[in-house]
Design a binder for this molecule. Structure first.
Ligand code: SAM
Length: 292
């Protein structure tokens, strides 16, 4: 077995060897605790039959654990300075492909076709750059990629919002957008001390397991997401107030909106946070004819 990259001593050696300085703007907080990395790969449920997509390999701390426990790793790294370092640190592994691309701009579907066509089961596993956590997750889910799920480290506050249940203060349009496509659970909370440099926020690891079918069947997905976002525009307002102020010509259509809400047994004075994803599905279907 090779010496782990993710120990404080080895990480410092690598950074020194290459004169590497962290870029805060790229969310560079590297993991320096092999136990946490082992636990992340265990939670991801990997085997040699799986391929993994990693976002932001950094100096390879998580990547090498993924290489050991899965069939192949496809890693996207935006920072060119890390490429020669990764070539060196990952040289013991022949099942890693690092691509120098911004994950938000990459054609992930095409790269899966090129690099992972031998694999049926693909997981995304990463210690995400915190400045773009939500756009990355939404892109990976919204693009309908052939992946089974996502197991990632992120800022605890965002993880709590993603996995939140109705009726809690964390529950909102982000919870719905993600739970629509996946079953979401927080699998562990992580102290700041396992990173170099330490981030300002607490972290957690969440696991999102892709559903065979979205949680609710809706007539128009785009409108469903418009309705959910509108319903949480101002959390203190009632559902009716948010819908009339956010949807086009909502104020003029107030009476029809009340009727639509009542037709599916949703009290217009409720707040968005009390509605389940299924209720939002019913609501968007009855509102659809008024707006499209
Ligand atoms: N995986 C490493 C670890 O756990 O030690 C590094 C994780 S660090 C939190 C985030 C990594 O994502 C950095 O290497 C950073 O350069 C990279 N990154 C930031 N934005 C990115 C983007 N849009 N696309 C791909 N990689 C990105």
């Amino acid at each position: 077995m090779f010496k782990d990259i993710a120990t404080p001593i080895r990480t410092k050696e690598i950074l020194k060897k290459y004169g590497f300085s962290f870029k805060k703007s790229l969310g560079q907080n590297f993991l320096i605790d092999p136990n946490i990395l082992k636990r992340i790969t265990e939670y991801a449920g990997l085997s040699k039959e799986n391929a993994v997509i990693e976002v932001g390999p950094g100096i390879g701390a998580l990547t090498e654990h993924l290489a050991r426990t899965s069939g192949k790793v496809l890693a996207f790294e935006i920072d060119q300075r890390l490429l020669p370092i990764l070539k060196d640190t990952l040289s013991p592994y022949d099942n890693v492909k690092v691509v120098h691309q911004d994950i938000l701009k990459a054609d992930v579907r095409e790269l899966i076709k090129q690099e992972l066509s031998d694999y049926k089961d693909i997981m995304v596993v990463a210690n995400l750059p915190y400045y773009v956590t939500t756009p990355i997750i939404l892109k990976l889910l919204g693009d309908q990629l052939p992946i089974n799920g996502i197991c990632v480290m992120l800022q605890k506050e965002v993880g709590d919002r993603i996995a939140a249940s109705p009726g809690t203060k964390e529950y909102g349009s982000l919870s719905i957008a993600i739970q629509y496509f996946t079953e979401a659970e927080t699998v562990m909370t992580v102290p700041k001390t396992v990173f170099m440099p330490q981030p300002n926020v607490d972290s957690s690891v969440i696991k999102l397991t892709k559903r065979e079918e979205p949680l609710v069947k809706v007539k128009d997905e785009e409108f469903f997401f418009t309705v959910t976002r509108s319903s949480f525009a101002q959390r203190r307002k009632t559902l009716l107030n948010n819908l009339t102020s956010q949807l086009p010509d909502g104020k003029k259509k107030k009476d029809s909106i009340i009727q639509a809400l009542e037709s599916v047994d949703i009290d217009p004075t409720r707040r968005g946070e009390t509605l389940s994803v299924k209720e939002f599905g019913k609501l968007s279907d009855v509102l659809l004819p008024l707006f499209k």
